[in-house]
Design a binder for this molecule. Structure first.
Ligand SMILES: [Mn+2]
Length: 334
């Protein structure tokens, strides 16, 4: 092999950078923090909330760099390994169940699956709180109220500023939910283009009307959901079956969070009809006992973290078994 030619071709090609993240507030705010810390031209790879296996969409080569935020390593493991073997460097931040430990000289891994932690907070920790306001937005987006308020207090934010960042986090999170881009107001990749124009989320909220539009639409969708009676409800849990409507598909994530906050002693399952006689399921463990959601979902082919999980496709025939296991779940046990 001609070593000089190899060296020339390596130096001729500038390394490319890819930012791969979930399209929700936590994912986008994690990337925003890192890119404020290390600005560069990079290609964003993101999608709707339900799109998790994003690393396989990246066509990177030796010398290229990947930043991956807020998507499960367990679901992206093979694609990450393939890129690492190709000589791509990968920096990975996440709080979802990661599966077997993965170690490679090209991999910098920051995974923390503790309940009460989100990816934006992990990035905040690594950056020493340099862009903390974005971490507050991400934490509110993931419904981690206590974490968000702790970060906000450490950043010296006023009560009014905290409320604004909460509205922002919830609006960005809401915008990631849908079956297709037709369901959402702005595809998350386009929303990030707006976010990337701003260093400060409070200034962004004041100047960019899209976030007020998202907040208004979110409230309207929640009002529609409030009219639906629970399918099952007792002191330990509540199950809501949504109709097959675009507003249902948009509101399902923030509805689960709102319900969880309104009844913190209860677990919540929100189910949405999906293609072919099946349900898409969102589960929230009780806020007062925030473990067991991911484990329950995993028994039905889904995934998640301790406090929140989901099943992409629960066949309708499996609904009775899901309702039984949801009702019998021992929340709060590790
Ligand atoms: Mn997250």
């Amino acid at each position: 092999m001609n070593r000089r030619n190899e060296a020339t071709s390596e130096t001729d090609r500038r390394p490319r950078r890819f930012d791969v993240c979930n399209g929700d507030a936590d994912g986008l705010c994690a990337v925003r923090q890192w890119r404020l810390h290390e600005p560069c031209d990079s290609t964003l790879v993101t999608g709707l909330k339900r799109e998790i296996e994003l690393v396989e969409r990246v066509d990177a080569d030796a010398g290229d760099e990947l930043l991956v935020c807020d998507i499960s390593l367990a679901r992206n493991r093979d694609a990450v390994l393939r890129l690492l073997e190709r000589g791509v460097r990968v920096r990975y931040f996440d709080h979802h169940v990661a599966g077997e430990p993965l170690s490679h000289p090209g991999l910098e891994l920051h995974v923390d699956t503790a309940p009460g932690v989100c990816t934006s907070a992990i990035v905040d920790r690594v950056l020493g709180g340099r862009h903390r306001r974005w971490a507050v937005v991400g934490a509110f987006g993931d419904n981690l109220d206590a974490l968000a308020r702790r970060l906000a207090a450490a950043a010296g934010l006023s009560a009014d500023e905290v409320e604004q960042l909460r509205t922002l986090g919830e609006a960005i999170n809401y915008n990631a939910y849908g079956e297709s881009e037709a369901d959402v107001l702005v595809p998350p990749a386009r929303l990030y283009a707006t976010i990337a124009r701003h260093a400060d989320p409070l200034a962004m909220l004041a100047r960019e009307p899209v976030f007020g539009d998202l907040d208004a639409r979110r409230r309207a969708d929640l009002a529609l959901a409030a009219g639906i009676e629970p399918h099952r409800q007792d002191a330990r849990g509540s199950v809501l079956l949504l109709p097959d409507e675009a507003w249902s598909r948009r509101v399902v994530g923030c509805l689960a969070n709102e319900l969880a906050r309104a009844a913190p002693e209860r677990a919540h399952a929100v189910l949405l009809p999906t293609n072919g006689d099946a349900w898409r399921v969102s589960v929230r463990a009780p806020i007062a006992a925030p473990t067991g959601a991911g484990a329950l979902c995993a028994r039905f082919g889904g995934a998640g973290r301790a406090a929140a999980g989901g099943v992409d496709r629960l066949p309708a025939s499996e609904l009775p078994r899901f309702l039984d296991e949801f009702g019998a779940a021992r929340w709060g046990e590790r």
